[in-house]
Design a protein around this ligand. Structure first.
Ligand SMILES: [Fe+2]
Ligand SMILES: [Fe+2]
Length: 268
């Protein structure tokens, strides 16, 4: 197969691919092509409103999600829900590359920006792959249960501004994962499920670097635009995110990701 001429075309190929394992395979291949210098130009392609997806899972309201309790069916529900998040996360990383590859001239992105999001996409592809394999080991597969569309709704709400996207996705939603996953890992270990606990721990370790990239680029672009990052983040939180940030926060992991406490634990 010929390499695509640009990174934007590679991103579009992946977003247009509805088959999850094919999305994963292409993500690994194109990430390697970028790393090896086989793809060197960014290019520009029109982004998609929604990425292609398989016919299943059915997308339902978040309130109608299967319970993630203990026991085998609860374990499958947990793994399935996280696998769905990871599949969305693959598309979100490529969508950032595709959608915000250029912008206002002053926002022109350096190569490091693309290195970071290609790496995030590769991690998310790895996460989906290991979760799907573990689901298969438990006799289930991605698509068996319903899922919800909250992540892609956040993507649509932030499709016009990279600062809104970075605020909503890595700095709010992925940072929320840092708050909640350690408790899930502890519960899994307490129930003796070391395999699932290991997978969740690996995901958390990787997610720290995704939040870190989000914070770093948010602050970089704020600087270019002459904005104060923390007040601007709070403005976006109010105007674009319907929920509140919910404590308890994983102060240690958020600090590892370089996130100032003022972003999430302000005394109002
Ligand atoms: Fe992930
Ligand atoms: Fe992530």
């Amino acid at each position: 197969m010929n390499n695509p001429p640009t990174l934007s075309r590679a991103a579009l190929d992946i977003l247009e691919q509805g088959e999850p394992l094919e999305k994963v395979r292409l993500s690994f291949n194109y990430a390697k092509d970028w790393k090896d210098g086989k793809i060197t130009t960014i290019g520009k392609e029109a982004p998609l409103l929604r990425p292609a997806r398989p016919a299943k899972p059915q997308l339902l309201d978040p309130a109608r999600m299967p319970r993630r309790s203990t026991g085998k069916s609860g374990r499958i529900a947990l793994l399935h829900a996280i696998a769905h998040i990871e599949l969305n996360a693959i598309d979100l990383a490529w969508d950032i590359i595709l959608r915000f590859s250029t912008g206002e001239t002053s926002d022109e992105m350096p190569k490091q920006f693309f290195d970071d999001w290609v790496n995030v996409a590769k991690d998310e592809a790895e996460h989906f792959k290991i979760l799907n394999e573990h689901l298969n080991n438990l006799g289930a597969q991605y698509g068996d249960l319903p899922a919800h569309d909250g992540l892609w709704e956040a993507a649509i709400k932030s499709d016009d501004d990279i600062l809104a996207r970075l605020a909503l996705v890595p700095m709010i939603l992925e940072a929320r994962g840092l708050d909640t996953t350690p408790k899930t890992v502890a519960k899994l270990l307490a129930s003796g499920d070391t395999k699932t606990a290991e997978i969740m721990q690996q995901i958390t370790d990787d997610e720290i670097s995704h939040v870190e990239a989000g914070v770093r680029w948010f602050e970089h672009i704020c600087k270019i635009r002459g904005l104060e990052p923390i007040p601007h983040f709070h403005g976006l939180l109010k105007s674009r995110f319907k929920g509140q940030l919910k404590p308890p926060f994983a102060y240690d992991l958020r600090a590892k990701a370089g996130m100032d406490i003022g972003y999430y634990d302000q005394v109002s």
